[in-house]
Design a protein around this ligand. Structure first.
Ligand code: TRP
Length: 454
């Protein structure tokens, strides 16, 4: 028994496991629920174009920076910054990430709970015979009701905690590996049905034909926020996952594969949604209900719709679950490693405290619909502030940390696995994170608050 290392951290077991878990975090409601509605609210193709530019020019470098920080330090975001920058205030970036995790989990789990309602409605055939108008009403009245949205929230939160308690190998990795590929197949089936609907081409045109006159300064900020949100970057989720990645793994390949997979799924979700939105005469700018209102209408138009609808909402729930566990994991790793709690207690404390905020956000269309700030309800405030402000700000500080504090030599050692990998991309990467990414993020911010105008 002498050589059991009690300090050894739990970790992912294989290369595919790492990609599956990180992609499991990245791919979720951000791709399938948030991406289409944000594209819809921001005018379509031009937004997509800017979004893609941000994914490649900023998103991938930020992701790689997070992996680097996590794997070098082998700690949660707060602990990682403390360890890599002793005596310096960088740990505040980690704390901000833990705060962002609370906010994201609160509203995200609310939406994840909606998948349960839609699984339930699929089972009882609740969409049957309803036109798109009636499906819209159905969604709105569900969301305004007082009991079921809270029940589904609580069940979802419970499931998330349960997987997080069981740890990395037995929990997160195992579920992610089996179910993500299945989701992909189902989305492709949906795409085929959607683009063969009469009138579908208007939707494809909306999604892929940029009309730059639709771009406002806020659109650009939203594109940046959506890119960060979708890739799970800017708050330390991938620092935490990076800390579970083995020293043999190629971080550069992992970041690129995960980002490509995430982007591919978001575009597929757009191809599944927009043709149907136009075919059924739904407003692309319908907001957070867009996907929940559109998908049941598509299922009604396909043979086997009953079973596809059931499977789809189950898989969407699972995709959401592989994301919520990655957010909760940030808080739990922090509680365990910094506050000395055991994993189980940390998870319970974290999920109960998130639930307080979460239930307020669930009630944003019901009992608390009059609680607003600048006309936005609690849910929207959490959603907007975390994605469009906290994540890009976190990302800015993360790249600044690597580029200007941690430095090229240690970063290169980490990315090349101490010289065993070539990492030919390194000079480009370091240039981006020193200059391009921080300047671009700062620019988008300043522009959106009106300090500079272009
Ligand atoms: N990226 C996930 C999605 O698209 C959500 C998510 C998981 C997330 N972890 C995150 C978002 C960390 C921001 C930060 O559904």
């Amino acid at each position: 028994m002498a050589n059991i290392d009690f300090k050894k951290r739990d970790s992912f077991t294989s290369k595919y496991g790492v990609i599956a878990a990180a992609a499991g975090s990245a791919i979720g409601l951000g791709n399938i629920w948030r991406f289409p509605y944000v594209v819809g609210e921001n005018g379509g193709g031009a937004f997509l174009f800017i979004y893609l530019a941000f994914i490649f020019a900023i998103g991938i470098p930020v992701m790689l920076s997070e992996f680097t920080i996590g794997r070098s330090a082998q700690l949660n975001p707060y602990g990682a910054f403390k360890k890599l920058a002793p005596g310096k205030p960088w740990y505040l970036v980690g704390l901000m990430g833990v705060g962002a995790a609370f906010m994201i989990l609160a509203f995200y789990t609310a939406v994840a709970g909606w998948t349960f309602e839609y699984i339930y409605q699929s089972i009882i055939n609740g969409f049957e015979g309803k036109n798109s108008n009636e499906l819209g009403v159905m969604f709105d009245s569900f969301r305004e009701s007082s009991f079921r949205p809270i029940l589904w929230f609580a069940i979802f939160m419970f499931l998330t905690s349960w997987i997080v308690i069981s740890g990395i190998k037995n929990g997160i990795e195992k579920y992610a590996k089996i179910l993500m590929p299945l989701l992909l197949v189902l989305i492709i089936v949906l795409c085929v049905r959607s683009i063969t609907l009469p009138g579908a081409s208007a939707g494809l045109k909306f999604l892929f034909k940029p009309d730059f006159s639709k771009i406002t300064t806020n659109t650009v900020l939203q594109a940046l926020g959506q890119a960060f949100f979708s890739l799970s970057i800017g708050m330390g989720t991938l620092i935490t996952y990076g800390s579970y990645i083995s020293k043999k793994n190629n971080l550069g390949n992992t970041a690129v594969s995960v980002s490509l997979a995430d982007t591919f799924i978001a575009i597929l979700a757009g191809v599944a949604i927009f043709p149907a939105v136009f075919a059924f005469g739904i407003a692309p700018s319908a907001g957070e209900g867009l996907v929940y209102k559109t998908l049941p209408a598509i299922f009604q138009q396909m043979p086997g719709g009953y079973i596809f609808s059931l499977m789809f909402f189950i898989l969407l729930g699972v995709a959401a679950l592989t994301s919520t566990i990655s957010v909760l994991e940030v808080i739990v790793a922090y509680f365990v490693e910094e506050l000395g709690m055991v994993r189980k207690k940390a998870t319970i404390v974290a999920s109960l405290s998130v639930s307080v905020l979460g239930i307020l956000s669930v009630m944003s269309w019901g009992a608390l619909k009059n609680v607003t700030l600048f006309g936005e309800n609690i849910f929207e405030i959490l959603n907007y502030t975390s994605a469009n402000i906290l994540l890009p700000l976190g990302g800015l500080l993360i790249v600044a940390f690597i580029g200007w504090y941690y430095g090229g030599a240690k970063t290169k050692a980490e990315l090349s696995n101490n010289g065993t990998l070539k990492a030919k991309y390194f000079p480009v990467f370091i240039f981006i994170i020193k200059f391009i990414a921080p300047i671009a993020i700062a620019f988008v911010f300043l522009n959106s608050v009106g300090i500079i105008k272009f």
